[in-house]
Design a protein around this ligand. Sequence first.
Ligand SMILES: CC(=O)SCCNC(=O)CCNC(=O)[C@H](O)C(C)(C)COP(=O)(O)OP(=O)(O)OC[C@H]1O[C@@H](n2cnc3c(N)ncnc32)[C@H](O)[C@@H]1OP(=O)(O)O
Length: 367
Amino acid sequence: MSADQRGPLAGLRVLEVAGIGPGPFCGMLLADLGADVVVVERIEAEAQGRGPQAIFNRGKRSVVVDLKKPEGVEAVLSLAAQCDALIEGMRPGVMERLGLGPDVCIGRNPRLVYGRMTGWGQTGPLAPVAGHDLNYIALSGALWYSGQPGTPPLAPPTLIGDIGGGALYLAIGLLSAVMSARATGRGQIVDAAIVDGSAHMLNLILGLRPSGQLVSERGASLLDGPHWYSTYRCADGHFISVGSLEPKFYQLLLTKLGLAGDPSFANGYQRRTWPELRAKFSELFAQRTRAEWCALLEGTDACFAPVLTPEEASVHPHMAERGVYSNADGVLQTSPAPRFSETPAATPRPMRREPDVSAVLQRWTSR
Ligand SMILES: CC(=O)SCCNC(=O)CCNC(=O)[C@H](O)C(C)(C)COP(=O)(O)OP(=O)(O)OC[C@H]1O[C@@H](n2cnc3c(N)ncnc32)[C@H](O)[C@@H]1OP(=O)(O)O
């Protein structure tokens, strides 16, 4: 184990076949927490610069291998034989065609956890076709919930599908299967599909259906309709958020806004009042700048926060004190999460390219 592999996953060896989006993000998460992640890059892989790879490949090492050559496939099999987990995110069937399918890899290493990251999953009528985050969450039911009446659904770019429903579910799947392999000596395949993960994430809000707090009509549910759970534009064009879900916090918000005595807000929990009260809030919040609303509401129990850009977030006193963002190597990025009291993660360093596969094998077989 090298000195920079610090964190709760130190000693875990992961082989990542280079892909796009959720697979590499999962590899970054594991590397952030101390795993030794080696990426199998394509021959034409760009040199690591300040592109997107600079962040999601941080903390990893890489080797360039041509998987279209038998010796390249054999080299990757020799790495698979020495690691705990493998991540691949190609179209179903591609790894098998290359001679690197789960049967072959687990045949070489019975304890291997073989992680497969896709949008549609390994099975089902859509499994073989191309798609991206937005398509996967649209099909899963997770996209439907976003948006206001009369507007098309809006999803935070790739956060719900690629990251929430994809990379994070792959990570928990891999770590669960590694725990199981350590107990039983048997590895297995983890089929992490964004349609499964993003649908699974819906369970929290699906729980609101029986009570009628989640309904099919846009803008009429507990978390997309009320004026007290929304974002608003301020006088300077910036935005703020209020999320005063509980009556005592709503009352405080009204008091702070000077609306406690206004009878129209007294029934603010009744759905029929929401469109009118939302319009009133919009008018009110448009009268002052974001900074003025922060001065009035931030740091109180009114459940308020300004909507910040990542650059602004990085210097906000709360975020800065916790060191959530860093500017490592001149690239704005966020720090490893979550935090561990006994095995803190190391500060991520840029990916380093190994001269060849034998350099990795030497490290992986020397301990
Ligand atoms: C913004 C987002 O939503 S990101 C999430 C995108 N979706 C996914 O990742 C889901 C799973 N992946 C996929 O469905 C597909 O990989 C897609 C749609 C992303 C891309 O499709 P394609 O570009 O057609 O790639 P596909 O995965 O089918 O094949 C990869 C090719 O690269 C080749 N390849 C991969 N690594 C190497 C290597 N190191 N050396 C040589 N060839 C390589 C494979 O052999 C394969 O070529 P082949 O079909 O000739 O055998």
